[in-house]
Write a new protein. Structure first.
Length: 134
């Protein structure tokens, strides 16, 4: 059964994956030597025996593995949310939870899609969440 902590983890994973995909793109550009952006804020462990292109390629490979692991965890947690949705009877509750945890939409976007003000969305969400274990 999905927990409150699982719901928060879904949001955290989604943000982390998006951020890491952006970083992966930069690292891949740096590894190929075709990047034209400034990469001052990218941290890569250095070794005097490895060229910078190889360091970036290794960092990109490591990051790609981490992204895949996080995507697998996200997929597992979203399957748990799907089971939760089967137990809900109110169509608006189901739709809100789908948009929030399966599509990972923001509250502002869900508000625009559903026509509910964000405060009402929070109340519906909090009602569902209150019935879940910590």
């Amino acid at each position: 059964m999905v927990t409150k902590r699982d719901l928060q983890r879904i949001q955290d994973l989604h943000r982390s994956i998006q951020r890491e995909k952006d970083q992966l793109y930069i690292l891949q550009e740096m590894a190929s030597g075709t990047g034209s952006q400034s990469f001052d804020n990218v941290r890569v462990q250095s070794s005097p025996l490895i060229s910078s292109g190889n360091r970036f390629a290794e960092a990109a490979a490591d990051l790609d593995v981490r992204i895949k692991e996080e995507e697998e965890e996200l997929e597992y947690l979203q399957k748990q949310v799907e089971k939760l949705l089967e137990s809900l009877s109110d169509d608006s509750e189901i739709r809100i939870m789908q948009l929030r945890y399966l599509n990972c939409y923001t509250w502002a976007l869900i508000s625009r899609i559903t026509g509910y003000v964000e405060r009402h969305l929070y109340r519906i969400h909090d009602k569902i969440e209150s019935e879940l274990p910590d």
